[in-house]
Design a protein around this ligand. Structure first.
Ligand code: SF4
Length: 490
């Protein structure tokens, strides 16, 4: 996979004393831009790093530094620095890696961007991880202690999420996050959309696998309070696992949020079971209304599905929707922005996440765009789904960026927040929808204040109240939860 092969690392003496390990999540470039909404980057703790830290020995000293929410000091010299690299923090990650390596620290890089561009990452690392780290990181640690770490660790056969040690939540400062109770119980996704960065990450081995249900339930049990956020790419992706999970959660009194595909909402009664277990909001990847776009991006699971039925079914179950939409696919023209916003408002979506199509390196979309000579920028900082980095088919780059910003502005106008809320039959549902959408987008100074005062925990009861169930007797309508969703790609 790597060309040219990395040089063998210098021989190292075995390490018999406890290790000092620093895990770093560098800030995404957009987190420092004028678009920065501090609350958006204070939602979820870095669970991936906490999962890796679980493989350390009990007497090793470890810290996790999330550059989005705390000051990152670099005047230390740990034995091992592990950095998680995304495409829009890659340059900062490399600068940090270079700094620590110059100081004699061993630097290991992993994450989505390292997997998609290993040659680039390897220039800044003593070791790199390709693919998920659940199996490769413990193998690396054994080699590192023995003084013979390899330059590349590739996750291939033998991937599993079973019997892993519980993640080191003790290394996470819960007060810095709005949703410290985030959790991941599966890995990957059973679908294979051409634009999906995650799909590329899991290439070369099992692409979708789950924890054992009893281990997932035990992890849930360890989390305080009521609210949970499942960060899985597709919580309903394995029917048998999801059924057992929701059955196990019934009666736990939890309120939770997650993500799933259009087809999984329409199929069977899984979504009813999820609602019964406490599902109150769902991130749904609608992405496009155009069959040509769906076919062209291998998003087969959305083809010939009734999106309106998805919205109605979720609304009837009291599950709020964060709809995800991609602009700039080859069949999109000037109309796509207004049509999408209009549909989202008419169907009562609580929040919407819009993306400019972004051909991430390593994806089939990138390969196609590169083969067609349509990639116009390889500045990874611009790969943030807000900028156009390729030549669109039916739009100018300027029209695409302008339409994207207009879609956000229009969807979150007071008028449209009100119109979308009125779609729901119950007065309480309408009120919660309005309060949530407005609260999420219109009260930035309040969020900033809570972050600066380290008082995000005070928001949890509010969030749980908004996510609480509205019973059928109230206003003759449906149950309702409300929504807090990241504006992530998915
Ligand atoms: S875009 Fe969503 S549905 Fe498609 S492969 Fe990625 S996670 Fe799965």
């Amino acid at each position: 996979m790597l060309t040219p092969p990395l040089p063998a690392p210098h021989p190292r003496a075995p390490i018999t004393r406890p290790l000092r390990v620093k895990f770093i999540l560098p800030a995404l470039t957009e987190a420092k831009s004028p678009f920065w909404r501090p609350i958006k980057y204070s939602l979820f703790p870095p669970l991936g790093l906490a999962s890796l830290a679980a493989h350390l020995a009990p007497d090793d000293a470890a810290e996790i530094v999330d550059d989005h929410v705390q000051r990152l000091s670099t005047d230390d010299a740990p034995d091992l620095v592990v950095i998680q690299v995304y495409i829009t923090n890659a340059y900062r990650a490399y600068a940090l890696a270079d700094l620590y390596r110059a100081r004699g620290c061993f630097v290991a890089l992993g994450g989505l961007h390292v997997t998609s561009l290993p040659d680039e990452a390897a220039l800044h690392a003593d070791a790199i991880f390709i693919g998920p780290g659940d199996q490769t990181f413990p193998a690396f640690l054994r080699d590192f202690r023995a003084g013979c770490p390899k330059p590349v660790y590739v996750s291939a056969a033998g991937r599993t999420a079973e019997e892993l040690p519980p993640m080191r939540r003790d290394l996470i400062d819960r007060s810095r996050y709005l949703v410290p109770n985030s959790i991941v119980v599966t890995r990957g996704c059973p679908q294979h959309c051409d634009f999906c960065y995650k799909d590329a990450f899991f290439a070369g081995g099992a692409g979708f696998y789950t924890q054992r249900v009893d281990e997932a339930l035990a992890e849930i049990d360890r989390l305080p309070g009521r609210h949970l956020y499942f960060l899985d790419d597709h919580l309903l992706g394995n029917r048998r696992f999801a059924e057992a999970l929701f059955d196990g959660m019934a009666g736990m009194g939890r309120l939770f949020q997650g993500a799933a595909t259009v087809d999984s909402v329409l199929r069977g009664d899984l979504i009813e079971r999820a609602a019964k277990a406490g599902l109150r909001s769902l991130f749904v990847g609608f992405e496009s209304f155009s069959p040509a776009n769906l076919r062209g991006s291998n998003k087969k699971q959305n083809l010939a599905r009734d999106y309106g039925e998805v919205a109605r079914r979720l609304s009837d179950l009291g599950i709020m929707i964060n709809g995800s939409f991609v602009f700039g696919m080859d069949d999109d023209d000037e109309d796509v922005f207004d049509r999408t916003v209009d549909w989202a408002v008419r169907n009562g979506l609580t929040t919407a996440t819009f993306h400019i199509m972004t051909p991430y390196p390593g994806t089939r979309l990138f390969a196609r765009m590169a083969a067609e000579g349509r990639i116009t920028s390889r500045n990874w900082d611009r790969y943030d789904t807000r900028h156009v980095v390729y030549r669109p088919a039916k739009l100018t780059p300027q029209a695409l960026e302008a339409g994207y910003h207009r879609a956000y502005r229009d969807f979150y106008s007071w008028r449209n927040i009100g119109r979308a809320a009125l779609v729901h039959p119950s007065a309480k549902h309408r009120a919660k929808h309005f309060a949530y959408a407005a609260g999420w987008k219109k009260f930035e100074p309040l969020w900033d204040l809570a972050i600066k005062a380290r008082r995000l925990a005070l928001m949890t009861p509010l969030l749980e109240a908004v996510l609480s169930r509205v019973t059928r007797g109230e206003g003759g309508g449906a149950e309702v939860g409300a929504l807090l969703q990241p504006e992530s790609t998915g």
